[in-house]
Design a protein around this ligand. Structure first.
Ligand SMILES: Cc1cc2nc3c(=O)[nH]c(=O)nc-3n(C[C@H](O)[C@H](O)[C@H](O)COP(=O)(O)OP(=O)(O)OC[C@H]3O[C@@H](n4cnc5c(N)ncnc54)[C@H](O)[C@@H]3O)c2cc1C
Length: 466
C-alpha cells in the first residue's frame, strides 16, 4: 500500500476495541502532527511533553533555530489544514549559495529548473506552536507539559514520571525523539533492538545578526554554505533578519577550539569573510552548546497493538539532507493511512506501517550521510559540478524519466528507497557518459522507468515562493 492514497478525507468512527487511554509521549513535530491525525479519526488523546509549553516559555534561550521544509513535510501540513499559517512563517530558499573566501560574489547553485523547486526555512519553535494550536483546536487532544516520563512499564501498562507519579495507558505512541523512553520500554519486552552510530563530527549553532534596520545581511532566499573540506558552515534565514548558522566539524576540530584565541584563529583562517558578519562570533561560540550527530538504527518499531514509534524515536538521522522533520511528518502520514486501513486491528496497522516505512528511512539515513560530503566539499569539486550539470541538463530533456537525486528527495513524494535506487541507476549512466562522450546517453535515460506522480495532495504553490 502507498501512503499517498490512503488518507481519510474526514473523521472515522473510533473503534471501541482500541484500548484506552491513548497517549503520545513527546509533543515535538511528530507527536503534535500525530495527535491531529488521531483526533481527526475521532480518538481522544493525551500527549505528555517533558519541556515547558514553547508557546509560553522561550525554550531556545533567545536563539532562533530553523529547519528546511520540503515537499514531503509540506504534504502532511496541507493535510493537517495548517499550511496557510505555516506559509506566513517560511522563507523560500532557491538554491545553495556557495561562499569561497576572498570571492566577493558567491555562486548560487539553484536546486532545480522549476520555479517551485525551492525549500523553505522555518522556525522549529513557531512550526511546533502552529501544530500544538491545531491539536488543541480539535478539542480531542489534551497536552501536559513539564511531564517527563522516565520509563514505560508494559507489564503494568503504566507510564512512570520523574516525580514518581504513574498514569495508565492502553496504547502508547513513542514520539519522544532519538532518546525515546517508549523505545526503551519496548526493548525490555524484547520487541526491538537499536543502536546509534555516532559520527565523528559534531555541530554548533550560532546567529548571524540582522542589519541595524532589521534587513538580512546576506540573501535570505538561499541556503548559504561555506564549504571547508572536512568541515562547513551553513546558514538559513529567519524572518527577523538574522540567520541560524551551524558549524559542522570533526570532533578533533572542536576539541582544539577551547579558548577564545583558538576560536578567533580558526574562523579567521578558514572563514575570514564570514567572520566579518558576526561581531560577537567568539562569545557565541564559547557560550553555545556543541551537539553530537548520529544515525539511529531500530529493528522493531512496534509492540503488538500497545506501542509504536514515529519520527526520530524510530529513525533519527544526521541533518545533512534537511529531511529528519520532513521524514517524521511523512511517517506520521503513513501511520495514519495504516490506522485507517486496519481500524479494528492496530497490531496489523502498526506492523504494516513499520514494514512499509523501514526500507525508506534506511535509505534516507544513508543518503543524508552522503550529502555531508557533497555539501562540505562536493559543491566546489569540478567532478561533482560536471555531474550535476549533466543531471540537470538530462532532466530538462527527459523530465518524465530523470530527476537529480537531491530533487527526488526534496521535491517528490516517491518512497526514499525508490529515490535511492533511481539515483544509483542515474549516477551510473552519467558516470559512463562522462567517461565515454560517444555514448548515447539520451537512449539510456529514455529506458529508465517513468518517474511516479506526485502525491495528489502535493501542491507546488502551497507555500509562497516570491
Ligand atoms: C542540527 C540539526 C539540524 C536539523 N535540520 C533539519 C532540517 O533542516 N530539516 C529537517 O527536516 N530536519 C532537520 N533536523 C531533524 C529534525 O530536527 C528532527 O528530525 C525532528 O525534529 C524530529 O521530530 P520528532 O518529533 O520525531 O522528535 P523531537 O523533535 O526530538 O521531539 C521529541 C519530543 O519529545 C519530548 N520528549 C523526549 N523525551 C521525553 C520524555 N521522556 N518524556 C516526555 N517528553 C519527552 C521532547 O522534549 C521533544 O519535544 C535537524 C536536526 C538537527 C540536530
Amino acid at each position: 500500500m502507498s501512503g499517498q492514497d490512503q488518507i481519510a478525507p474526514g473523521p472515522i468512527v473510533p473503534n471501541p476495541i482500541v484500548p484506552n487511554p491513548i497517549v503520545i509521549v513527546g509533543a515535538g513535530q511528530a507527536g503534535a502532527m500525530l495527535s491531529i491525525c488521531l483526533a481527526r479519526h475521532g480518538y481522544d488523546v493525551t500527549m505528555y511533553e517533558s519541556r515547558p509549553d514553547l508557546r509560553r516559555v522561550d525554550i531556545d534561550a533567545g536563539r532562533s533555530i530553523n529547519l528546511a521544509l520540503a515537499t514531503r513535510g509540506i504534504v502532511p501540513l496541507i493535510d493537517a489544514g495548517v499550511i496557510e499559517k505555516v506559509d506566513a512563517i517560511t522563507i523560500p530558499m532557491r538554491g545553495r549559495m556557495i561562499h569561497v573566501d576572498g570571492d566577493p560574489t558567491p555562486d548560487l547553485q539553484p536546486y532545480g529548473s522549476q520555479p517551485h523547486e525551492v525549500i523553505h526555512s522555518v522556525s522549529r519553535t513557531d512550526l511546533n506552536a502552529i501544530l500544538l494550536d491545531a491539536a488543541e483546536a480539535t478539542g480531542r487532544v489534551s497536552i501536559e507539559f513539564d511531564a517527563q516520563i522516565t520509563s514505560v512499564d508494559f507489564d503494568t501498562s503504566m507510564l512512570v514520571f520523574d516525580n514518581g507519579r504513574t498514569e495508565p495507558f492502553g496504547v502508547v505512541f513513542g514520539a519522544d525523539g532519538a532518546g525515546s523512553r517508549v523505545r526503551k520500554g519496548m526493548r525490555a519486552q524484547g520487541a526491538c533492538t537499536y543502536e546509534t552510530i555516532w559520527l565523528d563530527h559534531d555541530y554548533k549553532e550560532l546567529t548571524l545578526p540582522a542589519n541595524a534596520d532589521g534587513t538580512h545581511q546576506i540573501d535570505p532566499n538561499a541556503l548559504h554554505i561555506w564549504p571547508g573540506g572536512e568541515f562547513m558552515l551553513i546558514a538559513l534565514a529567519n524572518p527577523e533578519g538574522d540567520f541560524t548558522v551551524t558549524l559542522f566539524a570533526p570532533k578533533t576540530t572542536f576539541a582544539e577550539l577551547t579558548t577564545p584565541e583558538a576560536v578567533a584563529g580558526f574562523f579567521t583562517t578558514e572563514f575570514a569573510d564570514f567572520t566579518t558578519l558576526v561581531p560577537d562570533l567568539v562569545e557565541q561560540f564559547m557560550e553555545n552548546p556543541t551537539g553530537p550527530l548520529g544515525t539511529l538504527h531500530v529493528d522493531g518499531w512496534h509492540l503488538d497493538d500497545r506501542a509504536v514509534l514515529v519520527g526520530d524515536s524510530a529513525h533519527a538521522i544526521v541533518p545533512f539532507h534537511g529531511q529528519g522533520m520532513n521524514a517524521a511528518f511523512e511517517s506520521v502520514r503513513l501511520l495514519d493511512a495504516h490506522l485507517k486501513a486496519s481500524p479494528d486491528d492496530w497490531a496489523v496497522a502498526f506492523a504494516n506501517y513499520a514494514a512499509e516505512r523501514k526500507p525508506d528511512t534506511d535509505a534516507i539515513a544513508a543518503m543524508a550521510l552522503e550529502n555531508y560530503v557533497e555539501m562540505r566539499s562536493g559543491v566546489v569539486d569540478p567532478n561533482y559540478l560536471a555531474k550535476r550539470e549533466m543531471a540537470l541538463d538530462l532532466e530538462q530533456r527527459h523530465p518524465a524519466h530523470l530527476s537529480p537525486r537531491y530533487n527526488m528527495v526534496m521535491f517528490s513524494t516517491m518512497p526514499y528507497a525508490e529515490a535511492q535506487r533511481r539515483a544509483g541507476a542515474q549516477a551510473d549512466i552519467i558516470a559512463s557518459a562522462i567517461a565515454d562522450p560517444s555514448l548515447d546517453v539520451n537512449a539510456l535515460v529514455a529506458e529508465l522507468p517513468a518517474l511516479p506522480p506526485l502525491d495528489p495532495l502535493a501542491d507546488p504553490n502551497a507555500l509562497s515562493i516570491s
